[in-house]
Design a protein around this ligand. Structure first.
Ligand SMILES: [Zn+2]
Length: 585
């Protein structure tokens, strides 16, 4: 991608050869110059009718016998908004002295991607750790930690992860070298799979760990020939270290959330929905917004578990100022556990654990009264529900509030994950206007064991994207990172093929639940805009909307038709938020 503005030299002949645009920019040309003009792009505006519930492309969509083709070449941006989308010839008429022109050289532009369920502080915390993945020796690892220590105030913990407890099993590290080289910071290095932890003496002292410390059942604290802890902890004993690491400071949180947001920007996202924020993290975001430091838009969900925070917001009401970079009008509720660990609440016993159905509701800490109060105060509820019983009960709870307080039904409530649904509950989402907020990668990551948990019948209502669409539910797609990879190409590939990164299984896993490339892209753009009440400002490339755009080096429409496996090779080349280039490869 070109870093500097490119002067355009368009000959008359070249101008003549480009088809004239029917839309006239009119007197706007004189009124003001563009700040940014993108030319020579394969622009898919999504500014055409929605596909049918079975995925059928609308008659006005840019698709013919030859397949998909872009519906614009160029985009003109001014004051953070799209001024024009159309041909190169018309677009360059908006050029002024200070206009930057970017030649996209055939790259594809779509409306800005939205990851509608993320944990961006968690992503940032992971990025902030010392990364020991792939490091082969203790000496090499210590050097990396020494480097990090140079930028960390004395006394502050240095945390990392990724040394391979399997490969290092015959030569486990200990505290000696680490303490000698890093004597002024407590250090805790978790292993690749979390079954081993390594610390220096400063960390042992800070954690109050001595030879006499009680070791949890199922754990081992290694002792040296001197009878003292060596700094190496195994299995359940790792928590002796992890539990000693103090909660991050406000400064650390700010640094980490910016790391996370900048990473999302680099990966093509113009907005994230953060699925569950406590008071401290909300106030960090508010401060960053006040300082104009948020690189992408943040749609915040208040954690229902933070009662004081939710009550504070109920008192002042939802923030409906859609123009600000941080918007808060949602409460994230937690209704049941996860399927893998058999915490999700099922209507009948787990297929692989008779007598067990998981936990939900009050037993899982769900505060139904506070949830209803938030709904009455006008908040959107995003309720985590995984099991078929969890989902049914969550729908029942929403429906009961709708009946008593009909105005609450209009607030676009969402079920986060909506992972396993009983066939009779699938149509209820559409009927109740409840959005299914789902993660295509989860289906690919869970397919190894999901059917063991559910058996051959219930699996048919799991990750049921098409069934939900067919019964009128709105979808929004997301990653639930950092637990899952937010790479958009992985997400699109999962959604379109129902195949994992190794393109398995052949033909796709329960492939009738696939969605089309258009539906998948809309679920990360147009439909995510709806899920956050921003469908008038974003989600489509059209004059007057926010200039939030994602540029990629593959044309996902064409690739999906021809070689869907190649979607995985796509790369984001540019991310534009509010008319500003926030990432450029
Ligand atoms: Zn989540």
């Amino acid at each position: 991608m070109l870093k500097k503005p490119v002067k355009l030299f368009i000959t008359l002949a070249a101008l003549m050869s480009i088809a004239a645009c029917s839309e006239k920019p009119g007197e706007l040309i004189e009124a003001a110059d563009a700040s940014l003009i993108l030319i020579n792009g394969r622009v898919y505006t999504l500014d055409w009718d929605e596909p049918g519930q079975d995925g059928t492309v609308a008659p006005g969509a840019p698709r013919d016998a030859g397949g998909w083709h872009p519906d614009a070449q160029a985009i003109v941006i001014r004051d953070g908004k799209i001024l024009f989308a159309g041909t190169n010839v018309e677009a360059v008429k908006f050029q002024g002295d200070s206009t930057r022109i970017i030649d996209l050289a055939g790259a594809t532009v779509i409306p800005g991607l939205v990851d509608s369920h993320t944990h961006v502080f968690g992503l940032g915390a992971l990025l902030d750790q010392v990364n020991l993945v792939g490091v082969e020796t203790e000496e090499e690892a210590v050097e990396l930690i020494v480097e990090r220590a140079k930028s960390v105030p004395k006394g502050e913990w240095i945390v990392g992860r990724g040394w391979d407890e399997g490969a290092w099993a015959n030569r486990y590290p200990d505290k000696a070298l680490l303490t000698a080289k890093v004597p002024e910071h407590p250090v805790f290095m978790d292993s690749l799979h979390g079954f081993a932890g390594w610390a220096n003496q400063v960390a042992l002292d800070a954690a109050g760990i001595t030879a006499e410390s009680e070791v949890p059942v199922g754990g081992e604290m290694r002792l040296g020939t001197d009878g003292q802890p060596t700094g190496l902890f195994l299995n359940q004993a790792v928590q002796m270290l992890s539990s000693a690491v103090p909660a991050p400071s406000r400064e650390t949180l700010a640094k980490q959330v910016l790391l996370g947001l900048n990473q999302m920007a680099a990966d093509g996202y113009t907005a994230v929905h953060d699925a569950g924020l406590d008071s401290q993290r909300m106030s960090v975001l508010e401060e960053l917004e006040a300082q104009d430091r948020l690189p992408i838009r943040v749609y915040a969900m208040l954690s229902l578990r933070d009662e004081d925070l939710v009550r504070k917001w109920i008192a002042k009401g939802p923030d409906t100022d859609t123009d600000s970079m941080l918007v808060t009008r949602t409460v994230k509720a937690y209704y049941d556990g996860a399927l893998g660990s058999r915490g999700a609440r099922l209507l009948y016993d787990y297929a692989d654990k008779p007598g067990h159905r998981g936990v939900s509701g009050g037993d899982y800490g769900f505060n139904q009264a506070l949830n209803a109060e938030a709904m009455k105060a006008g908040f959107q509820i995003a309720i985590h529900a995984i099991g078929d019983a969890g989902n049914r009960e969550a729908l029942d709870i929403l429906e009961a509030v709708f009946e008593k307080h009909p105005a609450t039904a209009a607030n676009r409530h969402r079920i986060e994950h909506a992972q396993v649904l009983s066939p009779e509950d699938i149509p209820r989402l559409g009927q109740l206007g409840v959005i299914a907020s789902m993660e295509p990668p989860h289906a690919m990551e869970d397919k190894a064991w999901a059917e063991q948990r559910l058996g051959p019948e219930r699996i048919l209502g799991a990750y049921a994207w098409r069934s939900l669409r067919e019964t009128g539910a709105r979808l929004t797609f997301n990653s639930d990172n950092p637990g899952s990879d937010h790479d958009i190409f992985y997400g699109l590939h999962s959604a379109i093929t129902r195949q994992d990164k190794d393109q398995q299984p052949e033909g796709g896993w329960y492939p009738h639940q696939r969605v089309t490339v258009e539906e998948a892209l809309r679920a990360y753009t147009t439909w995510s805009a709806y899920a956050s009440f921003r469908e008038d400002e974003s989600g489509v490339i059209e004059a007057g909307r926010w200039a939030d755009l994602t540029v990629m080096d593959i044309d996902p429409f064409v690739v999906a038709d021809q070689r869907p496996g190649r979607i995985l090779a796509g790369r984001v080349v540019m991310t534009i938020v509010d008319g500003k280039v926030v990432h450029e490869r």
